[in-house]
Design a protein around this ligand. Structure first.
Ligand code: SF4
Ligand code: SF4
Length: 282
């Protein structure tokens, strides 16, 4: 199966990788495309392997593409290249027969990686036809909605019960399904905070634990380690914005856990949400 290389825009950084620059097809930010966008439909139905570079954490990009129903075997670029090293040539490892088993390799273009095996792909392995047929994405507007990482989700339904705006419903697989993404309140990351498994992300939120830039052990250790570098302001808060964001998330999670013993009423949830919105707007 041939390959299609996509360099997706991002509000964080939109540079196209410099190796074999002419082989990359520049596309808009995938987060901003609506599900019925002709470009996403094309990716769902065209049998090509995909190499997708974007300035996103790779786990987040995989969750976003899965949430957009793009079928394939997902891998990070580093894992794919490791496997290619041990199992044979890149061509041999990308010989899929259908959409379900085609390769979708994602790469956080902010991280350095030796992609040399890709640069050796022959011209016949790069799909000019798929590129020529690629429909333009509609002019996207900047969107705001949750991305659920199903590999981290425990199916507790805290998020579904918590959201007052009908963004989620329970999916047939027992995990949350984002059914009305555009009903999500811009700037509200509340469900990401209440998720006990850190499985919900908003890529453009400025807290690295919610934007997906910090997950797993790194997030745990940030939650249990007092920040030591950087100055503090008059209120004792770190002036370093990243450390301040970690401390804020930690305090809010503690608060939420305390409240869990006495669940909030719906009115209290609305009041708290309005308060948070006021804070964001001020
Ligand atoms: S709160 Fe988190 S773990 Fe629970 S269902 Fe939602 S995403 Fe999954
Ligand atoms: S961020 Fe707020 S509005 Fe959006 S889905 Fe989560 S709880 Fe609902």
């Amino acid at each position: 199966m041939q390959w299609l290389w996509l360099a997706a825009a991002s509000r964080r950084d939109s540079t196209t990788p410099d190796w074999n620059a002419s082989a990359w097809h520049r596309v808009p930010d995938l987060y901003d495309l609506v599900s019925l966008d002709p470009f996403l439909r094309h990716l769902r139905t065209t049998p090509v392997n995909l190499l997708i570079a974007a300035a996103y954490p790779e786990h987040l990009l995989i969750s976003l593409l899965r949430q957009s129903h793009i079928p394939g075997e997902y891998q990070t670029a580093a894992n794919f290249l490791k496997m290619t090293d041990s199992l044979g040539t890149l061509e041999e490892n990308s010989d899929a027969e259908d959409l379900i088993s085609r390769r979708i390799v994602v790469w956080d273009s902010r991280t350095p990686l030796d992609m040399e095996p890709f640069t050796r792909l022959c011209q016949d392995c790069l799909s000019a036809a798929a590129m020529a047929e690629l429909p333009s994405a509609r002019a996207p507007k900047q969107r705001w909605y949750p991305i659920v990482d199903k590999t981290r989700c425990a199916g507790c339904m805290e998020c579904v019960n918590f959201c007052l705006f009908g963004v989620y419903e329970t999916g047939t697989d027992g995990t949350p399904k984002v059914i009305q993404p555009d009903a999500c309140r811009p700037g509200c990351p509340a469900c990401a905070r209440v998720c006990p498994n850190q499985a919900i992300f908003f890529p453009y939120y400025d807290d690295p634990m919610i934007s997906g830039d910090m997950i797993g052990e790194a997030a745990e250790s940030a939650e249990t380690t007092q920040p030591t570098d950087g100055a503090v302001d008059a209120d004792g808060q770190p002036t370093n914005p990243r450390l301040a964001a970690i401390r804020k998330a930690r305090a809010e999670r503690k608060e939420f856990k305390k409240k869990k013993a006495e669940p909030e009423t719906q009115e209290e949830s609305v009041e708290r949400w309005m308060r948070e919105l006021d804070e964001l707007e001020s």
